[in-house]
Design a protein around this ligand. Structure first.
Ligand code: NAD
Ligand code: AKB
Length: 323
């Protein structure tokens, strides 16, 4: 019996913080030739462009996406192209156009070509009326445009599943912390930037205050969650398919600074909150991920201490290699 050939996978927004690591994981699994990375921009010497297939594609140009799907017999799309919260609040019109318009194009093409879709949501779907420990099911009243686009994305995903049978799944990612690619214009970027500054200068000026507490996750956990959700049998996926809560850790900036200071001493963090404080304050402290645990066996591996050690070790090594 001959082995089935791997599916062809298209990743949009592939040069961003998540795409940089997700594409590598998908290429390891399906082979480089089967994973097409795409983005509206090109970055010179980016590992994702150097190590496999890459196409420039704007998710707002439906015909270009259609041609890529037809020409390459694509069967799964990981749709990562988006404008994040901080950039989105500076340009709400662009944020709506890309986050809602781009997803509409992807879902419609998925309906026509019978594709499976991964469409990320965010803890930004929650608003100030959400309990501190966010349940899976709770009123979703975000105050940011970015959050509103993510609520719309969840509604669109559920609609395409219920009405058209499109197998689209999503996760409400917490703030993601990684060292391979920079964070892409979000509110939670401080929890990535702080590591670079700690290593470079032993000092960081944080744009949210010391008591700001948010749900966070190390990228390895986020990539594993993504693959596990997409691997789960359809019958195990509940109404939460548009955006499952997933949790790993929740910490204040003070707690993060204390953990970094165990390795980098002295490390001084000062505080200069800006508009992003408001966005952070509108989001919950932590999330309840019982449904993801029960439905498809989700469990996180990285708590605060392990995450901090991994970040500092990997960033230090990367800087030594660069030098
Ligand atoms: P990112 O900003 O790092 O990357 C997004 C990529 O999309 C960029 O490379 C950008 O060039 C590309 N892009 C923007 N407009 C485009 C367009 N019109 N056509 C094609 N590509 C376009 O973002 P990320 O952190 O990798 O996030 C990916 C997804 O995960 C987004 O939906 C985001 O909302 C969600 N998410 C991320 C986090 C996080 O902490 N990183 C948390 C929650 C949810
Ligand atoms: C952001 O801060 O915008 C993202 C997110 C939590 O969606 N990291």
């Amino acid at each position: 019996m001959s082995e089935a050939s791997p599916p062809t996978v298209l990743v949009t927004g592939a040069l961003g913080q998540i795409g940089t690591e997700l594409v590598s994981a998908l290429r390891e699994r399906y082979g480089s030739d089967s994973v097409i990375a795409s983005d509206v921009r090109e970055i010179e010497n980016h590992p994702i462009i150097n190590n496999g297939r890459f196409l420039t594609a704007d998710v707002l140009e439906k015909d270009s996406l259609k041609a890529i799907i037809e020409d390459n017999d694509v069967s799964i799309i990981y749709h990562l192209a988006a404008i994040l919260s901080a950039t989105g609040e500076q340009n709400p019109e662009l944020c709506e156009r890309v986050n809602i318009g781009g997803l509409a194009n992807v879902l419609e093409l998925a309906r026509v070509y019978d594709l499976r879709v991964f469409s990320p949501s965010s803890i930004a779907v929650f608003g100030p009326d959400c309990p501190d420990h966010a349940p899976q099911i709770t009123p979703l009243n975000p105050t940011t445009t970015y959050g509103k686009t993510k609520v719309s994305g969840e509604v669109m995903a559920r609609y395409y599943w219920e009405v058209h049978g499109v197998d689209v799944r999503g996760l409400r990612y917490p703030g993601l912390i990684s060292w391979k690619a920079p964070a892409g214009g979000g509110t939670t970027d401080y929890a990535v930037d702080i590591f670079h500054h700690a290593i470079m200068s032993g000092k960081y000026s944080c744009f949210v205050g010391p008591n700001t507490r948010l749900p966070m996750m190390y990228m390895d956990d986020a990539i594993r969650a993504t693959l596990e959700l997409m691997d789960a049998p359809t019958e195990s996926i509940s109404d939460a398919r548009g955006g499952y809560n997933i949790a790993a850790c929740s910490f204040s900036v003070t707690e993060l600074v204390a953990e970094i200071s165990k390795v980098i001493d002295p490390f001084e963090c000062t505080y200069s909150p800006d508009i992003r404080q408001e966005y952070a304050d509108s989001w919950p402290d932590s999330v309840d991920d019982t449904e993801a645990k029960n439905d498809w066996g989700w469990t996180a591996e990285f708590g605060l201490e392990k995450l901090v050690n991994e970040m500092l070790t990997n960033l230090t090594r990367a800087r030594e290699v660069e030098a």
